[in-house]
Ligand binder design. Structure first.
Ligand SMILES: *Cc1c(COP(=O)(O)O)cnc(C)c1O
Length: 359
């Protein structure tokens, strides 16, 4: 068996241990004589899986009892509509546009009410996080929406933005479980699971209970958080297998020291790469230093042809998916929880060699 170092932004690598457990349990889960893929979602054996997954996720993220955890489908992109449909009771919401996904979320919200962009970093191709102060938020806004880690541009909020008393909603698709967050500062946190938690197909929503029950009357039943909360994410068939893998990933993270330990590991990995980039004569990091992502490290050589050559040679050397998003070009190394330190160290060694040969 030969496995590459996979720097994909998502779907992305999973801990090897998790894949091995899934492999071991593939044909006969825990003496049930079935694969988790095959079992009824209403069976006691599956019920135990989803309950344990939620319990472990709550422990990992330190989620208070007055928040519901929902296991949904449709990706983070479906939440761009679900958020306004569920929360816009005054028909007003404020958006911070710090990249492509938050731009899409803003555009979707405009379909359903008075959505306003209160800050953006578009002027410098989203290379920084705009400053947000409580006075920028409209008094009667139902919520403020932010994208906490901008996967495509490699920026992250250095701290939880201060929106005063407003309800803060955050897309954390590409940074959830990468470090501790104070859940109580948020009304809703949502994330597609395929970056840092599970295979594609699962979307996780964490919502404060008092925000449930404000949905528009014409909301599709499947998008109504209350329907999903009242039915323990089992109004219909949930993404059973992805939830099972998420459960294994949460157990892996807990066993490895929880989110404090994830943060420490992730900071060490990111520092190794950024420190190299900051002294390199060939490569340059593109994100503003104050808000660099721990998860998605974006960089360029300044020469599109050389970028292409780098990606090709890296691929041949076993470092795959380093090409930047198709909308920005350059390179992006996504180094989620599952990427070991050795993977980043090996990449930096490869970059040094490439620099020596091409500078
Ligand atoms: C990947 C990503 C999305 C889109 O997720 P889908 O699950 O493909 O809909 C949205 N927001 C962020 C921050 C992402 O990284």
């Amino acid at each position: 068996m030969s496995r590459v170092y996979n720097f994909s932004a998502g779907p992305s690598m999973l801990p090897l241990e998790v894949l091995e457990t899934a492999q071991r349990e593939m044909l006969d889960y825990n003496g049930s004589g079935q694969s988790v893929m095959e079992m009824s979602h209403r069976s006691p054996v599956y019920d135990a899986i989803i309950k344990q997954t939620e319990a472990d996720f709550r422990e990992l993220m330190n989620i208070p009892d007055n928040y519901k955890v929902l296991f949904l489908q449709g990706g983070a992109s479906t939440q761009f509509a679900a958020i306004p449909l569920n929360l816009m009771k005054n028909g007003k919401a404020d958006y911070v546009v710090s990249g492509q996904f938050s731009g899409k979320a803003f555009k979707e919200a405009k379909k359903y009410g008075d959505a306003k962009c209160i800050a953006t970093s578009e002027d410098k191709t989203f290379s920084y996080i705009p400053e947000i102060t409580p006075d920028m938020v409209r008094e009667d806004a139902d919520y403020v929406h932010v994208c906490y880690n901008n996967t495509i541009f490699g920026t992250k909020y250095p701290e939880v933005p201060n929106v005063g008393d407003a309800v803060l909603v955050a897309d954390m698709s590409s940074c959830i479980t990468s470090e501790p967050v104070d859940v109580t500062k948020f009304g809703v946190i949502y994330a597609g699971a395929q970056k840092n938690m599970a295979p594609a197909g699962l979307t996780v929503v964490i919502i404060r209970e008092d925000l449930l029950g404000n949905a528009r009357e014409d909301i599709p039943t499947m998008l109504d958080y209350k329907t999903m909360a009242d039915n323990d994410s089992m109004y219909n068939t949930p993404p059973c297998y992805a939830i099972y893998i998420a459960g294994l990933v949460y157990k892996w993270a807990l066993k490895n020291g929880g989110l404090e330990a994830m943060k420490e590991r992730n900071e060490k990995k990111a520092a190794l790469l950024y420190d190299f980039l900051d002294q390199s004569k060939l490569f340059k990091a593109t994100a503003d230093k104050k808000c660099r992502s721990l998860m998605n490290v974006c960089f360029v050589t300044g020469d599109a042809e050389l970028d292409k050559k780098f990606c090709n040679e890296a691929k041949d050397a076993g470092f795959v998916n380093l090409k930047g998003h198709r909308s920005v070009g350059g390179m992006r190394a996504s180094i989620y929880n599952a990427m070991p330190y050795e993977g980043v160290a090996a990449l930096v060694e490869f970059m040094k060699k490439f620099e020596a040969e091409n500078a």
